[in-house]
Design a protein around this ligand. Structure first.
Ligand SMILES: *Cc1c(COP(=O)(O)O)cnc(C)c1O
Length: 376
């Protein structure tokens, strides 16, 4: 068999729902209501219904969602926000942009996520917020974090760019969607994310009515009534075309997430006996929507495996090659809590394999055979 295998196949997904998407987009173009058309509010309501979030506030992208969330908390310059060192840069970038201090904490090498025990050593009297990232499709262990943060008045902003649709189980049996557990949840609809639009898009989730109003205002130039600006905000809108695409795609999200989990299960069956790699760990508390299927490669052989796969026409990606503490931009701004050794090690070991609902079993067999032959 030949032919290249990509990380994901957006075109195959489009073709599987082509009529719905084409109809939805054509109706927006026909109406010419490109900004704040009815689909924007309809999508917000549909996502509230799907997730159980009290309020969904659409915005322009996931990075903006994080920025608007932090603006909404009313923090002061120099206040500290704890972030995982192993994450996408956007998580820390918005903190720096607002004159706040990103404090980098280490992560659990098994789940790739921030734990309460990683957070504690990073806390100071200036700690005002924590941003756990639900990385690669699975929720961070939220219950201990929320229980610890609540009595201290520390906000918890979930970076849920990668895990929309994942469910977390609390010890009392309550089950909550990723993004709906903390003070605010932030979503990205970048095309490759679990629910991706056809351009940029994002949203905030919030259960507090007053805070939700404030976030909505911030995203809209600080106004509730047009041309009456109560606070300094920004311009961050989900455009109507993107909302229409997302409205058409949302009913499919759970089945796509399930299909990716089935691909992950096949990887587990075919790769679990290979000593040279560590497969992603499941969690007893969170379902996994497998935004990425990320293995760890032992003995410094990650880059060699990546090249071996590339030579066989198989894509793979390194998310992420550098931890925050090694990013030049953050050296003068961020503070590290401890040595952050897990984050540095993960950056040297991780390799994400192709995964998408449409990945054929033939293609997946080919990927697994190539990984097997590399370790022979
Ligand atoms: C994608 C992503 C973002 C940013 O989302 P954009 O829509 O690209 O701005 C933030 N955090 C994480 C963890 C992400 O994966």
């Amino acid at each position: 068999m030949s032919g290249k295998i990509q990380m994901l196949d957006l075109r195959a997904q489009y073709l599987s729902i082509k009529e719905e998407i084409d109809t939805a987009m054509a109706s927006v173009v026909d109406s010419c209501k490109f900004i704040n058309g009815p689909q924007v509010e309809q999508f917000a309501k549909a996502l509230e219904e799907y997730s159980g979030a009290g309020h969904v506030i659409p915005c322009a992208n996931g990075t903006d969602a994080l920025q608007i969330a932090l603006m909404g908390l009313g923090l002061e310059k120099g206040d500290e926000v704890i972030v995982p060192a192993f994450t996408y840069v956007a998580t820390a970038e918005v903190i720096a942009l607002l004159g706040l201090v990103p404090v980098m904490a280490d992560v659990d090498p098994g789940s790739f996520c921030l734990r309460l025990e990683d957070i504690i050593p990073a806390v100071t009297p200036r700690t005002k917020a924590i941003v756990p990232v639900h990385l690669f499709g699975q929720c961070a262990d939220m219950e201990p974090i929320l229980e610890w943060a609540a009595p201290r008045g520390i906000a918890v902003v979930e970076d849920n760019a990668q895990s929309l649709g994942a469910r977390y189980s609390f010890s009392d049996g309550r089950i909550a969607h990723a993004g709906t557990m903390g003070t605010i949840g932030c979503i990205s609809f970048f095309p490759t994310k679990p629910l991706g639009c056809y351009g940029d898009g994002g949203a905030l989730m919030c259960n507090d009515d007053e805070l939700a109003q404030r976030l909505k205002m911030i995203a809209s130039h600080g106004q509730r009534i047009k041309y009456h600006h109560e606070i300094v905000g920004c311009n961050s809108r989900l455009d109507t075309l993107q909302a229409a695409v997302l409205l058409a795609k949302l009913p499919h999200l759970d089945s796509w997430n399930k299909a990716r989990a089935a691909v992950a299960e096949r990887y587990r069956q075919q790769l679990s006996d290979i000593d040279g790699i560590i497969l992603p760990a499941g969690s007893a508390k969170s379902t996994h929507v497998y935004h990425q299927y990320t293995i760890r490669v032992r003995d410094g052989r990650r880059d060699a495996l990546k090249e071996h796969l590339a030579a066989a026409g198989i894509a793979s990606m390194i998310y992420y090659p550098l931890p925050l503490q090694e990013q030049k931009a953050f050296a003068p701004i961020a503070r590290a809590a401890g040595s952050l050794g897990n984050s540095a090690r993960l950056c040297a070991e991780v390799l994400s394999l192709p995964i998408c609902p449409e990945l054929s079993s033939e293609a997946q067999d080919r990927i697994c055979e190539q990984i097997r032959s590399f370790f022979k």
